[in-house]
Design a protein around this ligand. Structure first.
Ligand code: UD1
Length: 415
């Protein structure tokens, strides 16, 4: 429940990255040794991933006060990622790579549709086939087996730089026989964090963060300690919250380099931004300038920030155009934002937004994680009261978002 209209001000600490920690937890399956993951974010998706690897043989302990996870997997005792988990959280599919690498076989449910598109996994599977895995389909599951018991290094070209496929193949290639190169690989910062963790475990990976990653397979890897990178999407969301309310906030624990595409657009919209090594300060203006945005793989504008910018542009002084190129159905928030008075025309993957001075509070429904964040932002700027329902979507990826916003002066509470 949000009473809008208060400019945000103050300082906020950014949590660690959801999208970085999920593949890293999965990568712990590669070794029997203990791995220590530090600075964990307290997010529903993290707990789901821990449950999943526990069902595969991992022992997972959490020290919530120290924000640490201790994971060891003496042996792989299960090989199946069930539909209940994969349909709830698509990142569950990332256990395929480590299971194939360590145990030579895996059975993983096909993710199927999700609110933001069909999201196929063909690139993951083509990659593992190139690495000599046999893939069979049946009853909604894929069963993958390394033909000789061990994956074989290979040249894998991705038709699209998929984040998940790059991560899955990267983890799988660590224990493969020989050298693997992933070409047209995703270059998101979360891939670099994963590769850094794997290298600490004894993997031999170069090129993460570029479009070609080379992995020299090793016979075994060992335990490692790793602190997760800051969440660039949480940071971008809070920057947009400052922008939409005309506020002035400072974010701590950020990597400004990761936020370049977001910062560039906020500057273009008229915000004042200053950066130091791990902090960003953003000062808003009464109404932003309109923008043209197209989502792209990193270092392009992130699809995970599209919904929040759409909310921001609903208050712009003019007409904005946002084109979504990554997911085919990622405009579920548009109908909800219209209920708050936003003027948006949709044509396929393009949204045209006529900015208006005021949004109005309304009862709206979060349809997915970032759509939910966009509705909170709209509520912070709107006149009157906004009630956002189905906030479990938001809890998947934002840690105590209402507490962070309250500390910045927002009138928001969880009912
Ligand atoms: C990850 C992020 C998600 C982000 C997305 C794009 C995690 C846990 N999630 O999702 O927040 O929005 O990257 O930056 O890190 N595709 C195929 N075939 C495949 C794989 C993907 O066609 O085998 C398509 C997808 O349908 C989608 C596009 O490629 O249209 C991007 O998907 P991908 O980069 O794989 O996203 P995820 O890893 O699922």
């Amino acid at each position: 429940m949000i009473n809008g209209g208060k400019p945000l001000s103050g300082t906020v600490q950014i949590s660690s990255s959801k999208n970085a920690i999920l593949p890293i937890i999965s990568a712990c399956l590669l070794t029997a040794d203990e791995c220590i993951i530090k600075d964990i974010p307290g997010l529903d998706d993290v707990f789901v991933m821990c449950d999943l690897i526990s069902s595969l043989g991992s022992r997972v302990e959490a020290n919530i006060r120290k924000r640490e996870l201790y994971i060891s997997t003496p042996e792989i005792t299960g090989h199946t990622a069930p539909y209940e988990l994969v349909s709830k959280m698509r990142a569950s599919f990332l256990v395929l790579g480590p299971l194939l690498a360590r145990a030579g076989k895996a059975k993983v449910a096909l993710p199927g549709g999700c609110p933001i598109g069909t999201r196929p996994v063909d690139l993951h599977l083509k990659g593992f086939e190139a690495m000599d895995a046999q893939i069979e389909y049946g009853n909604g599951y894929i069963e993958a087996t390394a033909r000789t018991g061990r994956l074989k290094g290979s040249r894998v070209y991705l038709d699209f730089p998929s984040v998940g496929a790059t991560e899955n193949l990267l983890i799988g290639a660590v224990l493969a026989e020989g050298c693997t190169s992933i070409e047209n690989a995703a270059s998101e910062p979360e891939i670099v964090d994963l590769a850094n963790f794997l290298n600490k475990m004894g993997a031999r990976i170069i090129g993460a963060g570029t479009d070609t990653i080379t992995i020299e397979g090793v016979d075994r890897v060992h335990g490692a300690e790793h602190a997760i990178m800051p969440d660039r999407i949480e940071a971008g969301t809070l920057m947009t919250a400052a922008a939409i309310t005309g506020g002035d906030i400072t974010l701590r624990n950020v990597v400004p380099e990761h936020l370049k595409p977001v910062t560039a657009k906020l500057l273009e919209a008229g915000m004042e931004i200053s950066e130091s090594l791990s902090e960003i300060r953003i000062k808003g203006v009464p109404r932003p300038f309109p923008l043209n945005i197209k989502t792209h793989p990193f270092p392009g504008f992130p699809t995970d920030m599209q919904a929040q910018f759409l909310a921001l542009m609903a208050r712009a002084q003019g007409t904005s155009v946002i084109v979504e190129t990554i997911f085919e159905n990622r405009f579920m928030h548009v109908n909800e934002l219209r209920r708050m008075g936003a003027q948006i025309r949709l044509d396929g993957r393009t949204a045209v937004i006529e900015g208006s001075e005021n949004l109005q509070g309304a009862r709206v429904r979060a349809t997915d994680l970032r759509a939910g964040a966009a509705l909170i932002l709209a509520g912070l700027a709107a006149r009157g009261t906004t009630e956002v329902q189905d906030i479990h979507h938001i809890d998947r990826g934002y840690e105590f978002i209402e507490n962070k916003l309250q500390r910045l002066g927002a009138d928001i509470k969880r009912m």
